[in-house]
Design a protein around this ligand. Structure first.
Ligand code: PRP
Length: 190
């Protein structure tokens, strides 16, 4: 087996680091403190949308020092490419009822809004006591459907970003920072 160091690393495909791991960590602490203050003594369920939100959820819940529960939805709106298809599918539904509970949706990125619009309609139909949104990255230039953000991490420019959960063709999710992918990477595989 070739030595790992001799092989191309995911970081080789990144043109620019947009948010460092330290910047993300500081923002997550700030968001967690706000959420803890707002949801003290409430029956809080963090509903995370897999898979991209995983690292954000894992860090955010540890920065939120109040009792809370977790549940997961898996939806897909992107194929293998860099553009959203606008078609949202539920791949995995919630495991537990949310009626009468305070639901905070935790997402990695809000882009066109197709995914979260669909997710919010789906969750609202189950009559939670409240339904709010925490999103790490907001890319407003691409918005098609308006969505209200209750807790926003960062506003980012209209560039294709990967890392800290975000993928391109299922790769780069494990980068500890958010970076801009070199255009030749997706040109190569299209
Ligand atoms: C990404 C991201 C959001 C969605 C945002 O998910 O996690 O759910 O796209 O885009 P939109 O605002 O244009 O709908 P993706 O479908 O790539 O799945 P993943 O979380 O498994 O990466």
């Amino acid at each position: 087996m070739p030595a790992v160091s001799a092989r191309a690393q995911p970081t080789d495909d990144v043109a620019e680091v947009l948010l460092t791991a330290d910047e993300i960590a500081a923002k997550v602490l700030e968001l967690g403190a706000r959420i803890a203050a707002d949801y003290q003594s409430r029956d809080l369920v963090l509903v995370s949308v897999l898979k991209g939100a995983l690292p954000f959820l894992a860090d955010l819940m540890r920065a939120t020092p109040i009792p809370l529960a977790l549940d997961f939805l898996e939806v897909s709106s992107y194929g293998e490419g860099t553009e959203t298809s606008g078609v949202v599918r539920i791949l995995k539904d919630l495991a537990h009822p949310i009626e009468g509970r305070h639901v905070l949706v935790v997402e990695d990125i809000l882009d066109t809004g197709h995914t979260l619009s669909y997710v919010f309609d789906h969750l609202r139909a189950q009559r939670p006591a409240s339904l709010r949104l925490c999103v790490l990255l907001d890319k407003p230039a691409r918005r098609v459907i308006p969505i209200e953000i209750d807790y926003r991490g960062f506003e980012i420019p209209d560039k294709f970003v990967v890392g800290y959960g975000l993928d391109y063709a299922e790769r780069y999710r494990n980068l500890p920072f958010v970076g801009v992918l070199k255009p030749e990477v997706y040109a190569r595989s299209s």
